[in-house]
Design a protein around this ligand. Structure first.
Ligand code: S3P
Ligand code: PEP
Length: 429
């Protein structure tokens, strides 16, 4: 499908709430399923990725009622899951497969995972290798580096594991396996990554110890269901933060957005680039997750250098940050972001080629991008390459382009933000 995006001197104004956080929505369903008793979830992200997680647990015998953004999970406990008669299909979702491999490595039955064309290219050895060290029996293409993968549920033993990559998915997979392993499991992070799994273990009544970058869980724990209100996803809000900052005449307020410090790298970058922005931390969402309100107004930005330990705190926001940088005064350099190569697409290439089609001068490097500032964009034909974040970045770019933008594969956006174009229309003046 092709979407034609054509705007004449738009400005974006208004208040909105973005859909629920994708990382937290996945984890709420996972913990709700292996907890005892009922879990109710409100402001759940009804995006395709999180629906894939629900679908997998239904196939594992968990009764889940989903009514829009309200979800009720009738937990079965770790021991109540049943052998699926079908293959578990994670669709486009890296978070689903990597976390489920950990969560399910120790169940007493066999299962098979598959997914779409993009997930079939994404590396799985990063989770398969440590899980095998724990005793998991996982087999698949390319010695388990690529799906389809089969898991032959087996007894697990705790390990101490130093993460070779800064990845919350790998950390979470090991911790989730550790919950069913014999003894203790310790993960040592390279750099701090999003800590929603750690917070959720606690809010479901479990125990976890976090000592700097060293995180330990013990096996044999049980969890108790409860209520979870999912904060708005800062990774979705990022598109409006960028649009507000670079589209002349804009002023946007985003309410109830998650402000967990392991996710707020975009706010640090906006400040560094000189954005006109107010951030208020309002309340706790009941998960130990900070929530608040951000207001952003158009202003002239300046280029910056982004690298080091901020990268995991903004990894999914790099496509939209690259677009912001095309409008800033001076050059922007993004480095230490090689992980972008193994997302839904190779995002380093996708950003450079697709924004390049609209006239942006962006040089891909081995671990990031060099972006020239103060560029004017023109219309053209672009492609999301079936990557939701690339699709949304190109849609925001169309607000600045002189001439229509034709976006191919726009439907990918529903992976994380099904109401993206409705919200865009509401904000346009
Ligand atoms: O744990 C999570 O929910 C996620 C972790 C990140 O992936 P990596 O762990 O591969 O960096 C991120 O890119 C993804 O969108 C969601
Ligand atoms: C990388 C992403 O997600 P996942 O790894 O879950 O596919 C993303 O949402 O940008």
């Amino acid at each position: 499908m092709v979407k034609r995006l054509e705007f004449t001197h738009p400005s974006l104004k208004g208040k909105l709430e973005v859909p629920g956080d994708k990382s937290i929505s996945h984890r709420a369903v996972m913990f709700g399923s292996v907890a005892e008793g009922e879990t109710t979830i409100s402001h759940f992200l009804e995006g395709e990725d999180c629906l894939s997680t629900i679908d997998c647990f239904r196939k594992l015998g968990v009764n889940i009622e989903q009514n829009g953004t309200d979800v009720k999970v009738f937990g079965k406990g770790f021991t109540g899951l049943s052998a699926p008669s079908e293959v578990l299909d994670v669709g486009n979702s890296g978070t689903s497969i990597r976390l489920l491999l950990g969560l399910l490595a120790g169940v007493p039955f066999d299962l098979t995972f598959t997914g779409d064309e993009s997930i079939a290219k994404r590396p799985m050895k990063r989770v398969v290798a440590p899980l095998r060290q724990m005793g998991a029996q996982i087999n698949g293409r390319d010695d388990g580096n690529l799906i389809p993968l089969t898991v032959k549920g087996s007894a697990l033993t705790g390990i101490e594991y130093e993460l070779p990559v800064a990845s919350a998915q790998v950390k979470s997979a090991i911790l989730l396996a550790g919950l069913q392993a014999d003894g203790e499991t310790t993960v040592i992070e390279k750099e701090r990554t999003r800590d929603h799994t750690e917070k959720m273990i606690q809010s479901f009544g479990g125990h976890i110890s976090v000592d700097g970058l060293r995180i330990t869980v013990r096996g044999g724990q049980s969890f108790k269901g409860g209520h979870i209100t999912v904060p708005g996803d800062i990774s979705s809000a990022a598109f409006w933060l960028a649009a507000g900052a670079i589209v002349p005449g804009s002023e946007i307020t985003i309410e109830n957005v998650g402000l967990n410090p392991t996710r707020t790298g975009i706010i640090d970058v906006l400040r560094e680039m000189g954005a006109d922005m107010d951030v208020f931390v309002d309340e706790k969402a009941g998960l130990g997750e900070e929530v608040g309100t951000i207001t952003i107004r158009y202003s002239k930005l300046r280029g910056t250098i982004i690298g080091g330990d901020i990268i995991p705190r903004l990894i999914d926001e790099i496509p939209i940050i690259a677009l912001m940088a095309t409008q800033a005064k001076g050059q922007t350099i993004i480095k230490n972001a090689e992980e972008l190569k193994v997302k839904e697409t190779n995002r380093i290439d996708a950003i450079a080629t697709q924004l390049g089609r609209l006239g942006a001068m962006i040089t891909p490097t081995d671990d990031g991008l060099i972006i020239e500032g103060e560029q004017s964009l023109h219309g053209g034909k672009v492609d999301s390459l079936t990557d939701h974040r690339i699709g949304m970045t190109l849609s925001i770019a169309s607000l600045l382009s002189d001439g229509p933008v034709e976006l191919e594969n726009e439907s990918a956006i529903s992976v994380s933000y099904p109401s993206f174009f409705d919200d865009l229309e509401r904000l346009i003046n």
